[in-house]
Design a protein around this ligand. Structure first.
Ligand SMILES: NC(=O)c1ccc[n+]([C@@H]2O[C@H](COP(=O)([O-])OP(=O)(O)OC[C@H]3O[C@@H](n4cnc5c(N)ncnc54)[C@H](OP(=O)(O)O)[C@@H]3O)[C@@H](O)[C@H]2O)c1
Length: 261
């Protein structure tokens, strides 16, 4: 099985922390040349140094804020003038948690823009290069809420469904060019985002984060949270030649938590 990514360029969004950073590290480990994207330039520089470069890769980064799609469009356009990418990882910070009833209506628009509009901008920027290379892997980091909505993540549940439908439609259109479009659905993964989710969930457990954590682990057949690297392993496989005939799927990487088939 060939999961070597030598000679492939990967654009990894939201890659200075958590799942995105683990993906960037893993793809570089597999030989890819990585372009990092996030808001915080200091963290981008720090992450850049951590990327493996044994295959002579010259990694780079650009700063972009996904809450500002016009900025994202401009930044990726400039970057695309110097580089084509074979792999795109669409990933960014998750929407704010909380009951759906109390969400301000504008929160849905904000999340839609950050998650769907920016994904579309990224895809439009990378696909011409992927078509020329006869190789494209677009992988969207979404959530298991695509299959089973998660209590307390109302805005997120709503927007994730839209992103999954967008992605499946894109897979149908781009498959003929050797481009696959797949979604990875992480379960509870030990990142800063999860720490926020636990804090939020503790409200339902008399303010106890310990009790919230214990409950969350109890609903996972594996009885533990994922490490970001475990999500990255699945992404590296989907990004590789070995996954050439996998297109349009939602892959939960959740220790078995999602109850649907
Ligand atoms: N962790 C989990 O348990 C879990 C489970 C299911 C789904 N997910 C989803 O997976 C995705 C990644 O989660 P994570 O846990 O890895 O999050 P995280 O640890 O908070 O990391 C988020 C990354 O995205 C970047 N980012 C955040 N907001 C951004 C913005 N507006 N523009 C550009 N970059 C931005 C951050 O860097 P900067 O701050 O420098 O911009 C950081 O690199 C999210 O959509 C999350 O909802 C996570």
């Amino acid at each position: 099985m060939n999961i070597d990514l030598t000679g492939k360029n990967a654009l990894v969004c939201g890659s200075t922390a958590g799942i995105g950073k683990a993906i960037a590290l893993q793809l570089a480990e597999n030989g890819a040349t990585v372009t990092l994207v996030a808001r915080n330039e200091e963290k981008l520089k720090e992450t850049l140094i951590e990327l493996a470069h044994e295959q002579g890769q010259k990694h780079n980064y650009f700063v972009a804020d996904f809450s500002n799609p016009a900025e994202v469009k401009e930044k990726v356009k400039i970057a695309a003038e110097r580089k084509t990418w074979h792999i795109l990882i669409n990933n960014t910070g998750g929407p704010k948690g909380g009951p759906i009833f109390s969400a301000a209506p504008e929160e849905f628009i904000k999340a839609f823009s950050q998650h769907l509009e920016c994904n579309q901008i990224m895809v439009q920027a990378v696909v011409p290069g992927m078509k020329e290379s006869d190789y494209g892997r677009i992988i969207n980091i979404i959530s298991t809420s695509v299959k089973q909505p998660i209590d307390g993540l109302g805005v997120s549940n709503t927007i994730r469904g839209a992103v999954a439908s967008w992605s499946k439609t894109m897979a149908n259109e781009l498959g003929q060019y050797g481009i696959t479009v797949n979604n990875v659905l992480p379960g509870f993964t030990a990142t800063d985002r999860l720490a926020d989710i636990i804090k939020n969930a503790s409200k339902r457990f008399d303010g106890s984060e310990e009790k919230a954590t214990a409950f969350m682990k109890s609903v996972v057949p594996a009885r533990r949270f994922a490490q970001p690297g475990e999500i990255a392993n699945a992404v590296a496989f989907l990004a590789s030649e070995a996954a050439s005939y996998i297109n349009g799927v939602n892959l939960p990487v959740d220790g078995g938590r999602t109850k649907s088939l």
